[in-house]
Design a protein around this ligand. Sequence first.
Ligand code: FE2
Ligand code: FE2
Length: 199
Amino acid sequence: MSLQLGRTEFGDPSNKGKVLSREEASELFNSWVLNPRLQLHMKQVAALMKAWAGEKLSLDEETQWRWEMAGLLHDADWDQWPDQHCKKIIEELERRQADPEIIRAIASHGHAHFGVEPETEMDKMLYAFDELSGLIHAYSLMRPNGYEGMDVKGVKKRLKEKTFAANVSREDIADACNRAGIDQDELIAFIVQRQGRVR
Ligand SMILES: [Fe+2]
Ligand SMILES: [Fe+2]
């Protein structure tokens, strides 16, 4: 089964700046994503994207919501239509005339699977947060106090253990940090500090 999208252009340029309202996005989220674990993952990535846009890049609130929306919906079709991941959500967002920037970021979050290279800053950060966020969350679940007292060193130890969260590609994490031009430790610290608050 191939998830290759077979194209690298997404959305209509004339829809630049157009977003779903929060209500529309959460309605889509709740009707498509039924698995609570996947819901949490998507909310975590959404919160990280928003925080990066706001705190690191000092982007305005409208732009922060575009970043957050890309995170919130990036796996929207994974629960019910895994064989159409991420084609289905892309087509849905195109139909709803969402900003091409958001659609492109979603299309490039797994470039090995979908055949779309992360290019923009939003693309690269979604790709970077996606896998690292999952590994860090898996780590929190095996710690008695979850995120409390978690440090970068502990996460790096887990990264080196190939059997821990074995489905998380260490190569993708290193590749994502490289592409984004971000130090891996810095990114881990950013996630550790914020992710525990997401419910
Ligand atoms: Fe995905
Ligand atoms: Fe994901």
